[in-house]
Design a binder for this molecule. Structure first.
Ligand code: S3P
Length: 180
């Protein structure tokens, strides 16, 4: 099982979907699984029930996703590493790749975002991303087996970086065609 961790906007879902397709694995996104379960958007759920209630569901969903019998690629929500139980499960049960991006690159990618509750409310998004990054970068590093420095590459380049890392690690052999 392969999982992707990283800040919001680091490309986990997009890259994860492509990597899964190339490796002929199924793909799941914990945010998507959570929304299926709560029956509303994460943003609405945050507003109604608060972050701790969301984190409880996130922990349950991750536990189930990482014990599913079939091999798969899992994209995770940016805050998944906040709980030690999640970090432990990810590291023990999956090969974890950290898609690392700077707050500046993330702010550029997320400037039109309206879905992520932690980045709403106006004000200085870059400042908030810097604070989240300072708190989480050590946690992503601790959870991950491999760190992929994303910089500003295209999705195609990023997918190939991940596939190459997995090949080097002997985790996966990618099929010949690699166009995303
Ligand atoms: C969160 C990131 C979101 C989502 C929720 C909380 C976070 O996922 O799980 O809004 O704490 O950073 P993405 O990383 O896919 O945006």
């Amino acid at each position: 099982m392969i999982s992707l961790v990283g800040m919001p906007g680091s490309g986990k879902s997009t890259v994860g979907r492509h990597v899964a397709r190339h490796l002929a694995l199924s793909f799941v996104d914990t945010d998507h699984l959570i929304e299926q379960r709560i029956g509303c958007t994460i943003r609405e759920y945050f507003e109604l029930h608060g972050e701790p209630a969301f984190r409880d569901i996130e922990e349950q969903v991750l536990d189930a996703a990482t014990t599913a019998p079939q091999d798969r690629v899992i994209a995770t929500g940016g805050g998944i590493v906040l709980r030690e139980a999640n970090r432990h499960r990810l590291h023990q049960r999956t090969t974890v790749l950290y898609l690392r991006a700077t707050p500046e690159d993330l702010a550029r990618r997320l400037r039109h975002d309206t879905h992520r509750p932690l980045l709403q409310g106006g004000g200085d998004a870059l400042k908030r991303l810097r604070a989240l990054f300072a708190e989480r970068d050590p946690l992503y590093r601790r959870t991950a087996h491999y760190v992929i420095e994303t910089g500003r590459p295209s999705v195609h380049t990023l997918v190939n970086m991940v596939l190459m890392q997995l090949e080097l690690a002997g985790i996966a052999v990618s099929p010949p065609s690699r166009a995303p």
